[in-house]
Ligand binder design. Structure first.
Ligand SMILES: NC(=O)C1=CN([C@@H]2O[C@H](COP(=O)(O)OP(=O)(O)OC[C@H]3O[C@@H](n4cnc5c(N)ncnc54)[C@H](OP(=O)(O)O)[C@@H]3O)[C@@H](O)[C@H]2O)C=CC1
Ligand SMILES: O=C1CO[C@H](CO)[C@@H](O)[C@@H]1O
Length: 326
């Protein structure tokens, strides 16, 4: 098991969780079940990943075999953009809970601070994996006017009703968080953001620390291929696993570049949710805190690789130009 972090509402969350995006439906239940046997206790899913039934199946198998109790797990999902209207928020969560065959979630994020027009589940799901292109072709990426605070209030109601233990926000920028903190009744426990040495976001992270909001990093290994990026400065950047700075620190400690990237986050108090389909990598990622300690100098040398390179930016979705990171 990985170290536990205490969130601002007293809840304890493992610092390493398993990311569930892109785990194929046919192997997902077995993978989640195996991950529990290896010691994973947190699972970062989302309705939009199209595999919540299978994530739930893996979890329930482990519970029914007595490998773990529900209360020892930390189960996470995210409200998709099409369900931001307050009248759809509970319905979306209930769909997740019934797909997963669970009574509550430990953490429920607002996936993006962007509201799309409502799409009935039958039209959107089963979704397979979300791609802006596929959803655009189905005509379901179009904006709905729903103030974020209205969505947040509906999330607060879910917490009050005991259906979720905590509220998270994902892909929110500093100004949105500041505004939310002025008006929320229940504080968000976590902010999930893209975070890797090419996108370090130091002010956002410091602001969260000052306000006792736990930062959770997604895409900790950075972009896997620059061919997918339309960002000019990426042309000069290397995949992080092959970067000289990362490779030489890994060599000095006799570990893999992936471990340096993950430890750089956890050692700075940031939770991680790497996804892997391989048993050795699952273990390597889970046990990162026991295997490696980086020096302050190494931590800051890695942070200096920052070039503000974001590759998950809704600005690019179907050319809709959503300005959340503008
Ligand atoms: N809130 C949001 O908007 C977003 C949230 N997320 C969440 O974050 C999670 C992780 O982010 P994601 O972008 O998927 O990427 P990750 O940073 O987890 O990278 C996943 C890739 O890295 C490989 N990998 C995993 N472990 C290792 C290792 N030890 N050594 C080498 N390669 C490794 C995996 O391959 P293999 O499987 O072959 O091992 C996979 O191709 C998602 O699953 C999802 O839960 C992700 C994006 C956006
Ligand atoms: O969690 C996610 C994985 O990436 C997708 C494509 O941008 C989004 O659905 C979402 O950010």
């Amino acid at each position: 098991m990985s170290k536990l972090i205490t969130l601002n509402n007293g809840l304890k969350m493992p610092i390493v969780g398993l990311g569930c995006w892109k785990i194929p439906n046919d192997t997902c239940a077995a993978q989640v079940y195996e991950a529990i046997k290896l010691g994973y206790r947190a699972f970062d899913g989302a309705q939009d990943y199209g595999n919540e039934k299978e994530v739930g199946e893996g979890i329930n198998q482990a519970i029914s075999e007595g490998i773990v109790k529900r209360e020892e797990l930390f189960v996470i999902s995210k409200l998709w953009n099409s369900y931001h209207d307050p009248k759809h928020v509970k319905m979306a969560l209930q769909r997740t809970l019934s797909d997963m065959k669970l009574d509550y979630l430990d953490l429920y994020y607002i996936h993006f601070p962007i509201a799309f027009k409502f799409v009935p589940f039958e039209e959107k799901y089963p979704a397979g994996f979300y791609t802006g292109k596929e959803d655009a072709e189905k005509g379901i990426i179009s904006e709905e006017v729903v103030p974020l605070i209205d969505t947040y209030r509906a999330m607060e109601q879910l917490a009050t009703d005991g259906l979720i233990k905590s509220i998270g926000i994902s892909n929110f920028n500093g100004a949105l968080i500041q505004d939310l903190l002025r008006s929320c009744k229940i504080k968000p426990t976590c902010l999930q953001i893209e975070h890797h040495p090419y996108l370090t976001q130091p002010h956002l992270i410091e602001y969260c620390k000052l306000n006792d909001i736990q930062v959770v990093a997604y895409s900790s290994f950075g972009p896997q291929s620059f061919l997918e990026l339309n960002v000019q400065k990426a042309l000069d950047a290397k995949v992080l696993f092959e970067h000289e700075v990362i490779k030489s620190i890994a060599t000095n400690h006799s570990v893999e570049p992936s471990q340096v990237l993950l430890r750089w986050a956890t050692q700075r108090g940031i939770a991680i949710i790497p996804k892997s389909s391989k048993k050795e990598r699952l273990l390597e990622n889970l046990l990162i805190d026991e295997k490696l300690t980086l020096s302050e100098q190494e931590l800051s040398t890695i942070s200096d690789l920052n070039i503000g390179l974001r590759f998950n930016d809704p600005w690019d979705w179907n050319n809709m130009k959503f300005p959340i990171f503008a």
